[in-house]
Design a binder for this molecule. Structure first.
Ligand code: NAD
Length: 260
C-alpha cells in the first residue's frame, strides 16, 4: 500500500472507471482529494461512496469540462482553496470517440477527442506545474493508453491524442525534474470500465460480451484488467516511494503490448 497521508491529490475524470478507482485507493491510502468530472450525478455518487467507506477522508468535488481552460483554472483554484497545495495530479479524463476507418473519420468527433484527450491534459499541466514548481515538489500521472505506444484499428484521433500524451510526459519530465517534480504516464490495455464496455458495444452491438471474450483471448493473461489494478500502480506513482521514475509510459495490460 502506497502511503499518501496528507497529500493533496487532484483527479480528473473521477466519477467513473479508472479515475473513480484511483480516488477510492488514494482515499484509502490517506490522501485529501479534489475530484473533477463533468458528470455531476456520477461525481456526487462517487464522492458519497468514498465518504461512506472513509468517513475521515477530505473530498472536494468540482464540476468541470477539462477541455475548457477556464474550467481547468477553476478546479485548480478549488484544490488550492481547499488544501493550499497540490502534491499529486492524476490527469486522467478522456474519451474514446467513435470507431471508424481513418479516411472516413467524422471530423467533429476527431476534434472533440483531441480537445479532451490532448488539450485537456495539457491545460491541466499548464496550470498545475507552476504550483508544483513553487512547492519544489510534485507527482504527475498522465493517462495515455496502449494506443499511445501502438497503433489501434479505427481509432485515429484516440491513438494520436494518446501518443501526444506520452510525448508531453517525456518533455515535462525533462523540463521539470529539477524542481522535484516527476511526470509519468500510464498505458492501460483493456480495463473493464464503462468506456471499454462502450467500445465492445461498438464492435458487436448485438452481443458486446462476445466481443469482450474474443478480445481477452489475445491477452497473455487471458483476461481484461480491473480498474483497481491500475489504481494501485497510480497510487505508487503518486507517492513519495516513487521518486526516481520519470518520463516513463508504463503499460498496464497483462503483457499484451509485448506480443509480436
Ligand atoms: P470512463 O468513460 O469509464 O470514465 C471517464 C470519466 O471521465 C467519466 O467519469 C467521464 O464523465 C469523465 N470525463 C470524460 N470527459 C471529460 C471531460 N471533458 N471533462 C471532465 N470529465 C470528463 O473511462 P475510463 O476507461 O475510466 O478512462 C479513463 C482514462 O483512461 C481515459 O483517458 C482513457 O482514454 C484511458 N484509458 C482507459 C482504458 C480502459 O481500458 N478503460 C485503456 C487505456 C486508456
Amino acid at each position: 500500500m502506497s502511503d499518501l497521508t496528507g497529500k493533496s491529490i487532484v483527479i480528473t475524470g473521477a466519477a467513473m472507471g479508472l479515475g473513480q478507482a484511483a480516488a477510492q485507493v488514494c482515499a484509502a491510502n490517506g490522501a485529501s482529494l479534489t475530484l473533477v468530472d463533468f458528470n455531476e450525478k456520477a461525481l456526487n455518487e462517487t464522492a458519497a461512496d468514498i465518504r461512506n467507506a472513509h468517513p475521515d477522508a477530505q473530498i472536494t468535488t468540482v464540476l468541470a469540462d477539462v477541455s475548457n481552460e477556464e474550467a481547468v483554472k477553476k478546479y485548480v483554484a478549488a484544490a488550492m482553496n481547499a488544501y493550499g497545495r497540490i502534491d499529486g495530479f492524476y490527469n486522467n479524463a478522456g474519451i474514446e470517440g467513435k470507431q471508424a476507418p481513418m479516411a472516413e473519420y467524422d471530423l467533429a468527433v476527431f476534434e472533440k477527442v483531441i480537445d479532451i484527450n490532448l488539450m485537456g491534459v495539457y491545460y491541466g499541466l499548464r496550470h498545475i506545474l507552476p504550483i508544483m514548481v513553487k512547492q519544489s515538489y510534485g507527482r504527475i500521472v498522465n493517462v495515455a493508453s496502449v494506443g499511445g505506444i501502438r497503433g489501434v484499428l479505427h481509432q485515429t484521433p484516440y491513438v494520436a491524442s494518446k501518443h501526444a500524451v506520452s510525448g508531453m510526459t517525456k518533455t515535462a519530465a525533462l523540463e521539470y525534474a529539477k524542481h522535484g517534480i516527476t511526470t509519468n504516464a500510464i498505458a492501460p490495455g483493456a480495463i473493464l470500465t464503462p468506456m471499454v464496455a462502450g467500445a465492445f458495444q461498438q464492435m458487436n452491438p448485438s452481443d458486446p460480451k462476445a466481443a469482450e471474450t474474443e478480445y481477452a483471448k489475445d491477452n497473455p493473461s487471458k483476461r481484461l484488467g480491473l480498474p483497481v489494478e491500475v489504481a494501485n500502480v497510480v497510487a505508487f506513482l503518486l507517492s513519495d516511494d516513487c521518486s526516481y521514475v520519470n518520463g516513463q509510459t508504463i503499460a498496464i495490460d497483462g503483457g499484451q503490448s509485448n506480443a509480436y
